[in-house]
Design a protein around this ligand. Structure first.
Ligand code: AMP
Ligand code: MG
Length: 523
């Protein structure tokens, strides 16, 4: 039983390969000795049609560790540049990731690029080792799948393989490889790279490539077919239009992604432009954190001493990053007003998505009549009052929303009234009870206008969240070759709205020691 990869060369088409030389270096992963499975994401393997009830899985183990390749794979590392912590960093690239190829489209997932992370040095490794350690691989793997289950656009993770090969970080650790999937791993930094070199021809090719493969919402996506035969002035005008459309599409996708992150309480930690997906996906999980206490300006990356990537800075930083993308596209867009127009769609898109998501957390699936009449006149005050209260008290963010959902269900069914057990449990989260009671009364008054849907809240506000300490506990066990903690976490995170009574402790408050966990860029 296990994973079986498609053996036909036709199964491994790789559109990115067609872009040619300036975009990547062809190379094979560097093998790792005696690999073993750490975890396989069966659900994703099944969606890919790669899960078999019979047969050996040794070839898949070797291929997904980088020790063998299948016919049709054209492994490569791509080159990009980027701004890191607000400063131009020059050339970067896939320093420890190798793209094996892309799977043919399938009904569930569409075509997906398959990339190994931690698969050995590449020409873009600079002085680093090209490896990833087991610890950070487990974090990326679980976070990807947790985000996906929460409906957040993200790269996916298919499996982790490990090896006892030593890898030095602050201490001696061991190597692992994550197989990750996304329709494309293109980043803002891919455009920045060619812009910085003044290579407008490559910039233009990348633009047409991205539009025709990955951004179907752009009306001019198919324009590249005809541009070859066009007169030069028309071609320039088309490129300007296409580049503006791409910028606007990426702006809106990124704005929606930020709304998701803020709503679920996710901190990315390293929002450098080389970690920003052109498709608006969450990419490159490093020192990320899902909030425990609601601390709006929480900094999850120990290396980020200035708080550039603090939780509440993320939308602003994303917009700043989009300005870097816009600048890279200027040789094509040409007219600054067009770029500005595209960038200005960020805020309305962010606001609309954020309020929709927060409204759903409060139990309202549809904008209410008052909203259409008075804009956001009703929801923001009730939400803002709540967020202020939670920020003052440092209320546990996931537990608050889950208990709120339970309390709403209870009020609407069995035990209305202030003494009911679930409402009591919710109220117990606060020290300032009168302030909570005032908020609750205000919230309840809105129910007469539109009753919240408690059952829908239980499918919106997860019971299980990948808190740092949960990842940490699974990692400690995995270091002793006990991978059952990873398996259990993956299971609850993939179905985070279910009760899973057997895993109740995974829904608890964080222990005191969780506050002392320090996650840095070292991975
Ligand atoms: P990050 O911000 O962690 O996504 O990484 C920034 C850049 O450093 C990217 O180009 C990575 O490919 C590269 N990088 C990070 N860690 C390693 C490593 N251990 N070996 C080689 N390159 C790395
Ligand atoms: Mg990165």
């Amino acid at each position: 039983m296990g994973m079986q990869l498609p053996s036909s060369p036709l199964a491994w088409d790789n559109p990115f390969f067609q872009l040619g030389a300036p975009f990547f270096t062809e190379l094979k992963p560097t093998p790792l000795p005696s690999p073993y499975w750490v975890s396989v994401n069966q659900a994703l393997a099944k969606d890919l049609g790669w899960w078999q009830s019979e047969g050996t899985d040794d070839l898949a183990l070797q291929v997904l560790t980088g020790n063998a390749q299948l016919p049709g794979m054209q492994p490569l590392a791509s080159v990009y540049s980027g701004h890191q912590f607000g400063v131009w960093a020059g050339q970067l690239g896939d320093g420890r990731a190798i793209l094996l190829g892309a799977t043919a489209s399938n009904p569930v997932l569409g075509p997906q690029e398959v990339q190994l992370k931690g698969s050995g040095p590449t020409p873009y490794s600079r002085r680093a080792d090209g490896r990833a350690v087991l610890r950070s691989s487990i974090r990326e793997y679980l976070a990807s799948e947790a985000m996906h289950a929460l409906g957040v656009p993200t790269s996916r993770a298919l499996c982790i393989t490990g090896s006892d090969a030593p890898v030095w970080r602050e201490t001696l650790e061991t190597a692992a490889v994550v197989t990750r999937l996304a329709p494309s791993f293109l980043r803002f930094g891919h455009f920045e790279h060619f812009a910085a070199r003044g290579d407008v021809e490559s910039l233009h090719r990348l633009l047409r490539f991205a539009l025709s493969h990955y951004l179907p919402e752009c009306a001019s996506a198919s324009g590249h077919m005809t541009s070859l035969e066009m007169e030069a002035p028309t071609k320039t005008a088309l490129a300007a239009q296409q580049a503006t459309e791409l910028l606007q599409a990426v702006t809106q996708r990124t704005a929606r992604l930020m709304a998701h992150w803020q709503a679920i309480g996710f901190c990315h930690g390293v929002m450098n432009t080389d970690n920003m997906s052109l498709l608006g996906l969450t990419l490159d999980y490093g020192p990320f954190q899902f909030l425990d206490a609601f601390v709006p300006d929480h900094i999850c990356n120990h290396t980020d001493s200035q708080g550039r990537y603090a939780h509440d800075q993320q939308p602003r930083v994303a917009h700043w990053n989009l300005y870097r993308l816009a600048r890279a596209l200027m040789p094509l867009i040409q007219d600054p007003e067009h770029a500005q127009g595209a960038l200005e769609t960020f805020e309305p898109e962010f606001e609309a998505t954020y309020w929709r998501l927060m409204r759903a957390k409060l139990g309202w699936q549809q904008p209410r009549v008052e909203d259409t009449k008075e804009g956001h006149a009703v929801d923001p005050p009730i939400l803002q009052a709540l967020l202020d209260l939670m920020a003052t008290e440092g209320t546990d963010y996931p537990i608050f929303w889950r208990r709120l959902s339970g309390a709403v269900v209870e009020q609407q069914t069995a035990h209305p009234g202030l003494a009911s057990p679930r409402l009591t449990a919710l109220r117990d989260l606060f020290l300032d009870r009168p302030r909570f009671d005032a908020w609750w009364a205000q919230y309840q008054r809105l129910w007469s206008l539109a009753p919240p849907d408690g059952q829908a809240m239980l499918r919106t506000n997860p019971k299980f969240v990948l808190r740092n300490h949960l990842a940490e506990q699974a990692i400690q066990r995995a270091k002793n070759k006990d991978f059952s903690g990873v398996t259990e976490l993956l299971h609850v995170l993939q179905t985070p709205f279910d009760e899973h009574p057997e895993s109740e402790t995974l829904a608890d408050f964080p222990p005191e020691w969780a506050a002392s966990i320090e996650i840095s860029c070292s991975s």
